[in-house]
Design a protein around this ligand. Structure first.
Ligand code: 5RP
Length: 228
């Protein structure tokens, strides 16, 4: 998985992450997403655990596992708790109908599993992620043996899929599940649900980064204010 832009303080991300953590009540099982905005929520949840609240978490990546352990949040699994009370996660782009694109960190497969296992899925972003229509390249987790086939099928859909290069070495970004991460550029996507269904039919894609199951988005601004 990539390790992007997680250093430095981001007041907008912190405001959104902390506000979402406030939704987590004593006795909750929470899904923890991946990325720098969720990291603030994880820290805030750790503070609640230290105050004595009974909160347990299911993680979506090695990154969120390490952060949860550092924060002192007891971990559980979907095997033990198949239904979560709430999941909190970041996003790379959010449209005006709460459709989101995720997978900038390459963790969207487990993030989707966890978000769909939760009664409430809360997305936390800073204001740079908001757009009227989804237009960024869609992250794909792809079985390595199927990468050319995926590129051909994406081309038939009018897009171009490229392997995401690892920043510090030759070769592709490998997901926590051992698969390739690709990014597929299609331009604007005005019907995310329809498009998501089409991508789900592409043979070789383990999961794509369009999420249409968001319940609420918390948007944090540089001045520390948030908006729902
Ligand atoms: C990882 C993700 C992240 O949630 C997304 O990339 C946003 O990250 P950040 O909060 O660091 O901007 O989808 O797969």
């Amino acid at each position: 998985m990539t390790n992007r832009n997680t250093k430095g303080h981001h007041p907008g991300k912190e405001a959104a992450g902390r506000a979402a953590a406030e939704l987590v009540k004593d006795g909750s099982i929470v899904g923890l997403g991946t990325g720098s905005t969720t990291a603030y929520a994880i820290k805030a949840l750790g503070e609640k655990v230290k105050k004595g609240l009974d909160i347990r978490a299911v993680v979506t990546s090695y990154q969120s596992e390490m952060l949860a352990i550092q924060a002192g949040i007891p971990l559980t699994s979907l095997a033990e708790n198949p239904v979560l009370d709430i999941a909190i996660d970041g996003a790379d782009e959010v449209d005006s109908n709460l459709n989101v694109v995720k997978g900038g960190g390459g963790a969207h497969f487990r993030e989707k599993v966890v978000s769909l296992s939760a009664n409430k899925f809360i997305v936390v972003v800073d204001d740079s992620k908001i757009s009227d229509t989804i237009s960024m390249a869609i992250p794909l987790e792809v079985l390595p043996c199927a990468r050319e086939l995926v590129q051909q099928q994406v081309a038939q859909m009018g897009g171009k899929a490229s392997i995401r290069p690892a920043s510090r070495k030759d070769g592709p970004v490998i997901s926590d599940n051992g698969n390739f991460i690709m990014d597929a550029a299609f331009g604007e996507i005005p019907n995310p649900q329809e498009f998501a269904d089409k991508l789900s039919n592409v043979v070789g894609i383990v999961e794509h980064g369009i999420f249409t199951n968001t319940d609420k988005v918390y948007i944090g601004y540089k001045d520390g204010k948030i908006e729902l």
